[in-house]
Design a protein around this ligand. Sequence first.
Ligand code: FE2
Length: 452
Amino acid sequence: MADGSKPAAGAAAELQWTKATPAGYMPGFGNDFETEALPGALPIGQNSPQKAPYGLYAEQLSGSPFTAPRGTNERSWLYRIRPSVRHAQKFKKTTLPLWKTAPALGEHDLPIGQLRWGPLPIPKEKLTFLTGMRTMTTSGDVNTQAGMAAHIYLVTASMENEYFYNADGELLVVPQQGSLRFFTEFGRIDAAPGDICVIPRGVKFKVELIDGPARGYVCENYGAKFTLPDRGPIGANCLANARDFKTPVAAFEDKETNSTLIVKWCGSFNVAEIGHSPLDVVAWHGNYAPYKYDLRTFSPVGAILFDHPDPSIFTVLTAPSETAGTANVDFVIFPERWSVAEHSFRPPWYHMNIMSEFMGLIYGVYDARPEGFVPGAVSLHNCMLPHGPDKLAYDHATQVELKPVKLTNTLAFMFETRFPQHLTKFAAELDTLQQNYPDCWTPLDKQFNGKP
Ligand code: FE2
């Protein structure tokens, strides 16, 4: 897809994009991306020639078992200055105490409840994408490759000569304030509020700031990779369209500087001292790669006559489990859209859910809870805990004249997992935890009067 037209890319390469389907989506053949930062760096016609061009090492990164069915088989071939074994060897243990991994049970003694937090302030201290990661919830078990963790990141400094990869899961990053540049082995991705960026398991990267301090949300998915949901009767179009997902063109660092590579592995953090940058992939091809997506290109479908459909109509990406229709994680958004249903209660209905729902607001106002849930905030409606519109939203929805209304300037999202989400001690003790959140439903008094 990409071409080799950007020679001698190095660290100064401009950002370019291939435009193609996300890795793993297109069943069968024909889904390989290919890109080279130096002309002729990519071997033609074979993966592993006796001697690769430019003296590069050929290395395969497998995101699925070798024998996975063709439609879910994911791997990329990387042509790099040094093999990964020269970047990741002789580890020592290190710590990132606020980045937690499932199972992390019993960290607090809060009772169950509907929970909501105001935005975490971005502190003045130096925090990188790694040291600024704050785990709010964990679910499932990383050792069985099931479940997820929900994090908030607070970043005030770029990673310098520091690199990272996560063996525990892929990272779905949702910027809420400030832009991030992910310099990955596969090339560079800039992500601003309104975008998401997905870094697959095992992909080395560093994160730089672009326009000042940054805050956002992360879903660390321990399970099967995110992919696009089937559309069923919707047909071949709408929701997230494959053509809007972008993978980077190759870019590399040929840098001999004292550096560190940090690896997260089954919840432990390990560091290797290396004398060079591991972002030394000059060319690559394959279907296992990072990507970005602009959430504003999501084409929603909804009720065009009456009632309020299930929020699954807004699924952008789904990470399936072994049980059909029961996602390890769904990534769902609530974007700008028209609301036109007749004689209907238009906001999300009152409900209880076997799935557990971690929500955040990227910008604007969320229609079901117009007060208290501000950009950067978090709400957690766990397995089988009731929730729904607050009194203000209820009164408005039941009294307003139902004309077509466009919900504008709004972008909320949800990490919805089949597993209960367990609070971390950090989340349970946050000052921003809104102790009075459940009071928003208290004014919902009895209206039953025995008459129809
Ligand atoms: Fe819900």
